[in-house]
Ligand binder design. Sequence first.
Ligand code: MLT
Length: 280
Amino acid sequence: MKIEVINSVNQIKNEFLFDKTVVVIDVLRASSVICTALFNGAREIIPVNSVTKAFSATHKRNPETQLVKEELLNKNNPYHNNWALLLDTSIKKDNLKKASKTQDDYLLCGERMGFKIQHFNLGNSPLEYTKEQVNTKIVVLTTTNGTTAIKKCTNAQEILIGAFCNVDALCNFIKNKRNVCIVCAGSDGQYSLDDALCAGNIISILCAKKPNIELTDEAFAHKSMYECIPNEDIHALLKKGCKHYSYLEENGFKKDLDYCLLKNTCPVVPVLIGEKIRLL
Ligand code: MLT
């Protein structure tokens, strides 16, 4: 087996992924959300990289959503393709409200700047994705980095979703793969320590299972860093050096941090099949 690591959305080169098993990680919080939603019974997740596309993903079943989509895409509309401005116009607010009432089996979900998007059903806190909320639902998810990373890897042989919450299940599934590329979504196009530590955890587990794994220098660095965490205290390290951890803590998402750093709470292996993420 060979393992390499990509450190942020900006470093993804889709054309080099065709023969690889890709594991997309966004510990804080998109990949933790995806694992949690599927573990709690969501039928599938549709990752999309814009709010407009989130509405498009449901429009076939919801005429009001189609109406809003047409307004967003209408070049004569001064708010063409500008969701934020359209949202601010009072004239359109009624349509937007109606559009967010998707058919019963769809949930519009995601965040911008960490917060739930106005009129969406759920934000990007894994704790929102309870059985009561998501069981049998189709989750349409748009997040700043996580879903963007997934959408940038479509050339890969296979695309899996990883986080601390499914680390053992994931490693068992990929331990016999030939070519593994761990894609850390990062934060705002940059390296983010939470994803790097999770990548290190995955590599460390795989190396313990299998001798002779070939690691790139970066993959070796991630593994070494993970294995050197003082007192195995991931929280303490992230508190010191992870900007997105601090941002979420300062903005009231402390419980998400606790949840996302727990290991093996969702023993599932989410896989992207076509446009949808499902369980194997
Ligand atoms: C992202 O995709 O950028 C994150 O999941 C952001 C967040 O923590 O909500």
